[in-house]
Structures are given as C-alpha cells and as structure tokens.
Write a protein that binds this ligand. Structure first.
Ligand code: 13P
Length: 284
C-alpha cells in the first residue's frame, strides 16, 4: 500500500464511531515505534509532523520513511502536516507527497481564517490531499505556538457551520477545553458544545491536546463526534525519560542503537494504550 489521505480513514471512523489516533513523530525511531504498534493492533494511524519537524528532518525524508512503512504494513497510514500557518511550507509538503495537512489560521480574524483556509483547500484538493482547519483557539504550547489558557476561545457551533460550508474542509479541529502540552489540572471538556457542533456539522471532528486527557473523556468525545485524536506530549516524555534513565545506568554509553531501544519501547507502550482508547484496533 501507499500512504493515504485521511479523508477515507476519518469518514470510516465517523460512520463506525471510533477515532483514528494521530501521533506526532520526529525521527525514524518514533515513526517506527508508532507503526510497529499500529501494525500489531491492525489500527489505521496518522503520522503527524509539525513544520518544526519538517524543518528538522526534511519533508522528503519524512515522506520516504512513511512510504516504507506503508509498503511494509498492510494498514492505512497517513502522513499529516500538523498546525501549519505558512502556506509555502504547506504547499511544499503537498508537492513532496504529504496526503493530509492542517492549515492553522486560528490566530487570525474569522474572515481571514476563512479566506486562507479556502485557498489551501482549493490547492490541496487538486492533489487529493485532505485539509483540517481549526476554529476557536486551543490553548497551550506546541513548539512556537504558545497560547495562554485565558486566551483560549471555544468553538462556536454556528460559526463552525458557516466555516465548514464556505471552506469545504475535510475535518474540523474544535476547541472544547483541551490544551496542548502538560495540564496543570484535569481538563474539563465541554461535551454539550461538542454535541451541538456534531449535530450541525457533517465533517469529522478533531481533538487536539489529547495528552493527559482521561480515557473516559476521550471515549465520551468519540461518542459525540471526535474522529481524530492528536497525541504528542505523552509520547515525548517517556521517550526522553527512558534515554535519561539509560544514561544514569550506563554513563559511558554512546551507541544510539543501545539508548534508543528503551526509548522506543517506552513510546510503544503509550501508543498501544492510546490505540485502545480510540477503539481503532482491527479497524485497519
Ligand atoms: P498534546 O501534545 O497535548 O498531546 O497535543 C497534541 C496535538 O494536539 C498536536 O496537534
């Protein structure tokens, strides 16, 4: 198989009420860890890369690695550009072979977000690439994007309806109380708002900032229309902790093939837990 767009994946998830997990990966080992578990559990999976990761690893390398995974494993695998506000990076990723992108103009005024998203949809759809966009403002920190909790804006269901109709996006990221990064207190999700958005809008809905959200809340969010669950921080921390522990025990070690193995194993444990919560096992 080749890497696929997220459109069919998410429409199946919507129909059958589960979610496809989107894991942020950064290099070969994190991508391998995610794909090995997804393959064992026969789960469709989205490999998410931020513009920071694209600049770190190179779009061509990331596409080539994802294609190797798709060829090796018989499960639907998508390569997604996460939170991109720069149209030039976005177009470059699409031209390099990405199958899914998120245009993030959520910091702009509504009309501008609408205009930019429309332009991206027109471009991406000519390549059969699916487009996600955010309406409202999810707080927290993800790379350069750092939004205070007090500045978060929850998604207005009726504005979301207008936005989806006018832009023709394939999926909508909603702000309902989650945040990127580590939570200071347990997040309280606005399920009534989510239910309303889901009743008005046809496209699959996306939950950002899923690290640290209790499993019951994610399961309930899926029941109310969430079809894609984004996880970054909860993979990064155990990966890094395992490397730190390895060097505490082996201060003179230097071989990446040794210290990256426990890191990958720690990441794989979390990937398996999240796939189970998304109920995406055997959906691939
Ligand atoms: P977390 O880092 O909170 O898991 O958020 C991930 C995310 O939403 C990526 O877009």
């Amino acid at each position: 198989m080749d890497i696929v767009s997220t459109k069919e994946m998410l429409s199946d998830a919507k129909k059958r009420k589960y979610a496809v997990p989107a894991f942020n990966i950064h290099n070969l080992e994190t991508m391998q860890g995610v794909l090995e578990v997804a393959n064992e559990l026969k789960s469709p999976v989205i490999l998410a890369t931020t513009p920071g990761t694209v600049s770190y690893a190179g779009a061509d390398y990331l596409v080539a690695m994802a294609k190797v995974g798709a060829k090796r494993y018989n499960i639907p695998i998508s390569l997604h550009l996460d939170h991109c506000s720069d149209i030039n990076i976005l177009k470059k990723c699409i031209e390099s072979g990405y199958k899914s992108v998120m245009i993030d103009a959520s910091l702009k005024p509504y009309e501008e977000n609408l205009m930019i998203t429309k332009e991206v949809v027109e471009f991406a759809h000519t390549y059969n690439v699916s487009v996600e966009s955010e309406l409202g403002l999810v707080s927290g920190q993800e790379e350069e994007r750092d939004i205070k909790d007090s500045d978060s804006i929850f998604t207005d269901p009726y504005v979301a309806l207008d936005f989806v109709e006018k832009t023709k996006i394939d999926s909508l990221a909603v702000a309902i109380g989650t945040a990127h990064g580590v939570y200071k207190a347990e997040p309280k999700l606005d399920f009534e708002r989510l239910k309303k958005i889901n009743s008005l809008i046809d496209v699959p809905l996306v939950l950002h900032g899923a690290s640290g959200v209790p499993a019951e809340s994610i399961i309930k969010a899926i029941e109310y229309g969430i079809c894609k669950v984004n996880i970054a921080t909860e993979l990064k921390i155990p990966f890094a902790d395992a490397i730190k522990e390895f060097f505490e025990r082996n201060p003179n070690a230097s071989d990446p093939r040794h210290y990256l193995i426990p890191a990958k194993e720690a990441l794989k444990k979390v990937v398996a837990e999240k796939i189970q919560i998304c109920d995406s096992i055997n959906r691939g």
